[in-house]
Design a protein around this ligand. Structure first.
Ligand SMILES: [Zn+2]
Length: 218
């Protein structure tokens, strides 16, 4: 077999391998391959290389798909984390925001009273839903009916009233935590012998600026 013939056949081998040459060329190449080991070997190598290249492409595709999958997981986890954080913040805010207890709705005129015992101790007594209040906010009032926060400088000469406002969690379901408690809850206000400046005690509706007198010094 002449080298020249082999050279021509080798030029044709790629399109022969792809089955894209004319019938005439295909027959010529096939006839040559039947007799020439070197060209047969060249064709075999060529087919192997094509297959290896295809395998490489599949590996690259798999790597890309895997990377896309990992990216999806990471993005999904980040979005989930942000959503959970937002939910937690909303929940935390809702659970921890409070509001003044509704005086009429919870019958505070009935369930918030004041008792004086034989020792001169004055007690704030809460019953019913008034027991579920999260906070008892004290306030002070002067002779002119002005109200002060409990920590706004106590002036014994001018302030004479002790008031209380009940506050609860904004969401009722979270406000009623102590409903299983039986009986009234008593909180010591003061001893009237030690606090002569306290002349009366009242329940204070801050939102309507209304005093409901519970006890007056006789
Ligand atoms: Zn040949």
């Amino acid at each position: 077999m002449s080298k020249q013939t082999c050279g021509m056949i080798r030029d044709l081998l790629p399109i022969y391998a792809e089955n894209m040459c004319s019938e005439e060329s295909r027959q010529a190449v096939a006839a040559h391959l039947a007799e020439c080991k070197a060209c047969s070997e060249a064709l075999r190598k060529m087919n192997t290389e094509v297959r290896v290249k295809a395998d490489d492409d599949i590996a690259v595709m798999k790597r890309i798909k895997r990377r896309i999958r990992i990216e999806k997981i990471v993005i999904g986890a980040a979005v989930t984390a942000v959503l959970l954080l937002a939910l937690w913040l909303i929940g935390f805010t809702l659970l921890n925001s409070d509001t003044e207890m509704d005086y009429n709705r919870y019958n505070l005129d009935t369930y918030v009273t004041v008792e004086l015992d034989e020792n001169g101790d004055l007690w704030l007594v809460r019953d019913g839903l008034a027991m579920t209040a999260d906070m008892i906010c004290p306030t002070l009032s002067d002779k002119n009916g002005n109200h002060f926060g409990y920590d706004q400088g106590f002036d014994k000469e001018t302030k004479c009233g002790m008031g209380y406002t009940l506050r609860q969690r904004k969401i009722d379901a979270f406000a009623y935590t102590d409903l299983s408690l039986g009986g009234p809850v008593r909180s010591l206000i003061c001893n009237i012998n030690e606090k002569p400046e306290i002349t009366y005690v009242f329940y204070y509706e801050a939102e309507t600026n209304t005093e409901h007198v519970l006890w007056e010094r006789s």
